[in-house]
Write a protein that binds this ligand. Structure first.
Ligand SMILES: [Zn+2]
Length: 79
Protein backbone atom coordinates (compact mmCIF):
# COMPACT_ATOMS: atom_id res chain seq x y z
CA UNK A 1 0.00 0.00 0.00
CA UNK A 2 2.35 2.72 -1.21
CA UNK A 3 0.18 5.84 -1.48
CA UNK A 4 -3.33 7.26 -1.87
CA UNK A 5 -4.18 10.31 -3.97
CA UNK A 6 -6.73 12.41 -2.09
CA UNK A 7 -9.67 14.18 -3.76
CA UNK A 8 -7.85 17.43 -2.90
CA UNK A 9 -4.93 16.16 -5.07
CA UNK A 10 -2.67 15.64 -2.06
CA UNK A 11 -0.55 12.51 -2.43
CA UNK A 12 -0.76 10.64 0.87
CA UNK A 13 2.42 8.65 1.44
CA UNK A 14 1.89 5.38 3.28
CA UNK A 15 5.33 3.86 2.86
CA UNK A 16 6.51 4.66 6.38
CA UNK A 17 5.96 1.85 8.89
CA UNK A 18 4.40 2.92 11.14
CA UNK A 19 2.78 5.70 9.13
CA UNK A 20 1.60 9.03 10.54
CA UNK A 21 -1.05 9.12 7.80
CA UNK A 22 -2.60 5.81 8.78
CA UNK A 23 -5.08 5.39 11.62
CA UNK A 24 -6.40 2.15 13.06
CA UNK A 25 -10.04 2.06 14.14
CA UNK A 26 -11.90 -0.63 16.02
CA UNK A 27 -15.44 -1.06 17.33
CA UNK A 28 -15.63 -0.71 21.08
CA UNK A 29 -17.32 -4.13 21.28
CA UNK A 30 -14.42 -5.79 19.47
CA UNK A 31 -11.81 -3.91 21.48
CA UNK A 32 -13.39 -5.14 24.71
CA UNK A 33 -12.23 -8.70 23.88
CA UNK A 34 -8.64 -7.50 24.27
CA UNK A 35 -9.11 -5.76 27.57
CA UNK A 36 -7.37 -8.41 29.69
CA UNK A 37 -4.64 -9.53 27.32
CA UNK A 38 -3.50 -7.65 24.27
CA UNK A 39 -2.21 -9.70 21.35
CA UNK A 40 -1.01 -6.88 19.12
CA UNK A 41 -1.06 -9.02 15.98
CA UNK A 42 -4.64 -10.23 16.48
CA UNK A 43 -5.78 -6.78 17.50
CA UNK A 44 -4.25 -5.33 14.33
CA UNK A 45 -6.26 -7.84 12.23
CA UNK A 46 -9.49 -6.53 13.80
CA UNK A 47 -8.63 -2.93 13.03
CA UNK A 48 -10.24 -0.96 10.24
CA UNK A 49 -7.61 0.86 8.21
CA UNK A 50 -8.15 4.61 7.94
CA UNK A 51 -6.00 6.90 5.80
CA UNK A 52 -5.90 10.58 6.77
CA UNK A 53 -5.07 13.46 4.45
CA UNK A 54 -2.94 15.99 6.33
CA UNK A 55 -3.96 18.71 3.88
CA UNK A 56 -7.79 18.61 3.91
CA UNK A 57 -8.34 16.18 6.83
CA UNK A 58 -10.43 13.79 4.72
CA UNK A 59 -10.59 10.26 6.09
CA UNK A 60 -10.58 7.22 3.82
CA UNK A 61 -12.12 4.34 5.74
CA UNK A 62 -11.29 0.91 4.28
CA UNK A 63 -14.09 -1.06 5.89
CA UNK A 64 -13.70 -3.99 3.49
CA UNK A 65 -9.94 -4.05 3.14
CA UNK A 66 -7.56 -1.89 1.17
CA UNK A 67 -8.39 -3.73 -2.07
CA UNK A 68 -11.95 -2.34 -2.01
CA UNK A 69 -13.14 1.25 -2.37
CA UNK A 70 -13.10 3.21 0.90
CA UNK A 71 -15.82 5.31 2.49
CA UNK A 72 -14.68 8.93 2.28
CA UNK A 73 -15.39 11.45 5.06
CA UNK A 74 -14.68 15.16 4.82
CA UNK A 75 -15.10 18.02 7.28
CA UNK A 76 -18.51 19.72 7.38
CA UNK A 77 -16.78 22.99 8.08
CA UNK A 78 -13.29 23.02 6.58
CA UNK A 79 -10.71 24.84 8.68
ZN1 LIG B 1 -6.96 15.89 1.01
Amino acid sequence: MPKVVCLCKEVINLSDIPSPNQLLMIEDVKYDKYFDSIDAEKLYEEMTLVVRCQNCKRLYVYENGFENDPLIYSLDRPE
